[in-house]
Design a protein around this ligand. Structure first.
Ligand SMILES: Nc1ncnc2c1ncn2[C@@H]1O[C@H](COP(=O)(O)OP(=O)(O)OP(=O)(O)O)[C@@H](O)[C@H]1O
Ligand SMILES: [Mg+2]
Length: 297
């Protein structure tokens, strides 16, 4: 399904959905590394999606709507893509703020068009609304005129469409407190993906250092240095290490672990509003700790 030849799944999907967002296909998904409770919740969900008949017997349907929340770079998009890939369906990534139109009435009709197309779609495309708070703001916080009135209408349109849509639907947000409660309730699952703990950090470091094989102690020390970092920043750190290993000697740069991590800390940082990970908040002691580990065989 990955090609973009005319008549292929990708070109059909792009023709039908291109104006609403970006299509991502199952073959491009990566599994995220998640905490045990989140993994357990997802395992249960995937299991029930494959047990439609048993559930039907007691008058239930598999859950199909999931709200993902948590800080930036912790894997909300990655996770939704992974789940839809496990189910073998493409996913449409919709930037919520792009749906909010400039003209009154425009957003409601865009939402209507999008869901009509999704209900007709033969590939069973899953919908993923990114930055969902831009779309489903609490109505009580809105006024009654102009743009606020338009936003309230968007919420009403969404409520109606959610109730009529049988397919998989995800939304992601960093600010759960802004989501309208009636919309919130339409999601049968609300899963929070927070910063990784020590064991997840270790697994993330190991995964992103591949194909380099690094001693366990060094993986642990790098994971500790990045305590407090989102997986996206951990990934950047691991890529910085790999770049240094490949290019450092050619550029005359030292490739001992403290030097590499010091250079990384000078060229990257956690995003605004996030806590400072150990490498930045206690750089000196973290680098001293990294100097203690056997790094290169
Ligand atoms: N839990 C994770 N395990 C492994 N890799 C991850 C994880 N979370 C994020 N990443 C990596 O970090 C990058 C950004 O992740 P992603 O876009 O899924 O984050 P997000 O939570 O959707 O962020 P945002 O709120 O900014 O949209 C991806 O390239 C992904 O590979
Ligand atoms: Mg995202």
């Amino acid at each position: 399904m990955a090609d973009s030849e005319p008549g292929s799944a990708r070109s059909d999907l792009e023709r039908d959905f291109g104006k609403h967002g970006e299509i991502v296909l199952p073959g491009d998904a990566q599994p995220p590394i998640l905490t045990a409770p989140v993994r357990a919740a997802l395992h249960q969900w995937l299991f029930e999606m494959n047990a439609e008949k048993e559930l039907q017997a007691v008058g239930l349907k598999p859950r199909s709507r999931c709200l993902l929340s948590g800080p930036p770079g912790c894997g909300k998009t990655t996770l939704a893509h992974h789940i839809t890939a496990r189910l073998g369906v493409p996913m449409l990534v919709i930037q919520s703020h792009e749906i909010v139109g400039k003209y009154l009435g425009e957003s409601g009709s865009r939402i209507g068009q999008l869901f009509r197309q999704a209900r007709r779609d033969r590939y069973g495309v899953a919908l993923f609304f990114d930055e969902f708070d831009a779309l489903a703001k609490k109505r009580e916080a809105l006024g009654s005129q102009g743009a606020d009135n338009e936003r309230a209408n968007i919420t009403i349109a969404l409520l109606q469409e959610f109730d009529r849509f049988d397919g998989l639907l995800f939304a992601a947000t960093n600010v759960t407190k802004e989501i309208d409660p009636a919309i919130w309730r339409r999601f049968q699952m609300q899963i929070e993906i927070g910063l990784p703990g020590a064991s997840e950090r270790y697994a993330i470091v190991k995964m992103y250092l591949a194909p380099f094989e690094v001693a366990d102690d060094a993986v642990t020390a790098i994971a500790e240095a990045l305590d407090g970092a989102a997986p996206s920043l951990i990934k950047e750190g691991c890529e910085a290490i790999k770049r240094s290993m490949v290019l450092g000697p050619k550029m005359g740069l030292p490739i001992d672990l403290p030097s590499i991590m010091d250079r990384f800390a000078n060229s990257a940082s956690a995003s605004e509003g996030m806590p400072e990970p150990a490498l930045w908040s206690s750089r000196r002691s973290v680098l001293a700790n990294l100097a203690q580990v056997e790094w290169l065989a």
